[in-house]
Design a protein around this ligand. Structure first.
Ligand code: 5AD
Ligand code: SF4
Length: 456
């Protein structure tokens, strides 16, 4: 009988990609996906350490899993529980101490060794052993080399990890500690993975990396490394690959290659997630972001000149230590100047081991909440304005799956907005010119019938 594997993913798209790859690693060992922990033989929590809330959630979920295990009696005793990802990397020992239900812990660079770790953990478990396997070694290259080909149907839009880790050391961020130094996969296996995805029906690929635009993989022209812009050119040559995206980018790494790719490579979508974090030069400096407001604004101008109509998105942190009211207002000012199609914003969360966690001038929670509300109100207005600006336009929509209601299908606009329309599921996997007739704060409503009429 096949065994059941339940993976819960927290946090970013890199984690979502990693979770899929863990499924791929376990499939040859007789595991198939389960949709809940209740009847699983192996439960993996693929965790995120970026903010305190995300990390704490893991412990409360582990409490629930302990209860499930108990309720299942003898079958529960066989159920194995693993904590993976960035919390595992950052505080593996603490997890083992706080949560005896956990059988093994492994970091983001170790999941290709999952089958052998599981076997070890099962041996300990059977003997009632106390020692539990922990694997938080760093060597991203080894992981990518060892991954088997995916057995799962990839759908219409897929992620492809091209870069991992970060050397930037923004003073608030745990990523350089949990994901390690920057590593770029070589070009050849990336192209091979992309071709395999396209052969299985994928039309859109999002290239992933914590610092994706710092990509510099082996396999460029003349024995040099290949930049992200050049990689995008190579991917665009793959027949059948209609759309390319990438995330997340660092402002200081947007080079000319990449900006001109936005002007010249048709499948490269006119949407860019380019986190700025703050609109105050002083705060940016203490954050060690290595860019100023002026630099960011000029960069946005250059990108928009290269690709008119480019939609921008960003991340923001409010209440960084020492942030004054005026400095926060500068963030609002920057938002007004740029105009974002969408954005994520967060209250500063002190992460153990990062320099900002112990800086003077920690901002009271209530003030952080107040600032977050004000920023989100402004960003929300901008997102609604951007969405309503699409009403009346005809946008190419890549339909990905059936919608929530019968007869409905859903897909994405070039700007990553979800679009719903009444339409035949035969259109899934196709890019259809869709007349946008309505906009909400998070999605668009399209009409395919109107479009067909116009074409008659
Ligand atoms: N507190 C709040 N937000 C953070 N981010 C990263 N570290 C922290 C932190 N300590 C945000 C940044 C980053 C996004 C992924 O998470 O905005 O771009
Ligand atoms: Fe964290 Fe800064 Fe690296 Fe982004 S660039 S992962 S915010 S350290």
């Amino acid at each position: 009988m096949p065994k059941k594997l339940f993976i819960k993913t927290y946090g970013c798209q890199m984690n979502a990609y990693d979770s899929q790859r863990m499924m791929d690693v376990m499939a040859p060992h007789g595991f198939e996906p389960a949709d809940s922990a209740e009847n699983a033989d192996l439960v993996i929590l693929n965790t995120c350490h970026i903010r305190e809330k995300a990390a704490e959630k893991v412990y409360s979920d582990l409490g629930r899993i302990r209860d499930i295990k108990r309720e299942r009696g003898p079958a529960g005793a066989e159920m194995m529980v693993a904590v993976a990802g960035c919390v595992a990397q950052a505080e593996g020992d603490e997890i083992l101490r706080r949560a005896p239900v956990v059988n093994m812990v492994f970091g983001p660079q170790a999941y290709h060794r999952l089958p052998e770790m599981l076997a070890r953990a099962q041996r300990f478990n059977a003997r009632g052993g106390r020692e539990r396997p922990v694997d938080t070694d760093f060597a991203a290259s080894e992981k990518f080399d060892a991954l088997p080909e995916s057995q799962q149907a990839p759908g219409v839009a897929a992620f492809l990890s091209v870069q991992e880790g970060c050397d930037k050391f923004c003073t608030y961020c745990v990523v350089p500690y949990t994901r390690g130094a920057e590593y770029s996969r070589p070009v050849a296996p990336i192209l091979a993975e992309a071709r395999r995805l396209v052969a299985r029906g994928v039309r859109e690929i999002t290239l992933l990396g914590q610092n994706v635009n710092a990509y510099h993989g082996d396999g460029g022209a003349d024995g040099k490394t290949c930049s992200l812009g050049q990689l995008i050119w190579r991917l665009a040559e793959i027949d059948g690959l209609a759309r390319i995206r990438y995330t997340t980018s660092y402002p200081g790494e947007m080079d000319d290659d990449l900006i001109s790719a936005h002007a010249e490579v048709e499948p490269l979508m006119p949407y860019l997630h380019l986190p700025v974090q703050s609109g105050s030069d002083r705060i940016l400096d203490v954050m060690n972001r290595r860019h100023t407001v002026e630099f960011y604004l000029r960069l946005v101008e250059r990108i928009r000149r290269a690709r008119p109509g480019m939609a921008l998105s960003s991340d923001f942190i409010v209440g960084f230590p020492g942030e004054t009211d005026d400095e926060f207002k500068e963030t609002l000012q920057l938002v007004r100047q740029v105009g974002f199609a969408s954005a994520f914003s967060f209250k500063f969360s002190a992460r153990p081991g990062t320099p900002a966690a112990t800086m003077d001038g920690q901002v009271p929670e209530a003030l952080k909440s107040e600032r977050l509300l004000a920023l989100q109100a402004l960003l929300d207005t901008q997102r609604r304005a951007f969405n309503s600006g699409c009403v009346g336009r005809t946008l190419p929509v890549l339909f990905e799956k059936p919608g929530r209601h019968a007869g409905q299908i859903t897909g994405r606009s070039p700007y990553l907005q979800p679009v719903f329309a009444e339409g035949d599921t035969a259109l899934i996997g196709r890019i259809v010119r869709t007349q946008i007739i309505d906009a909400g704060s998070n999605s668009l409503h399209g009409n395919l019938h109107l479009q067909a009429k116009a074409a008659e």
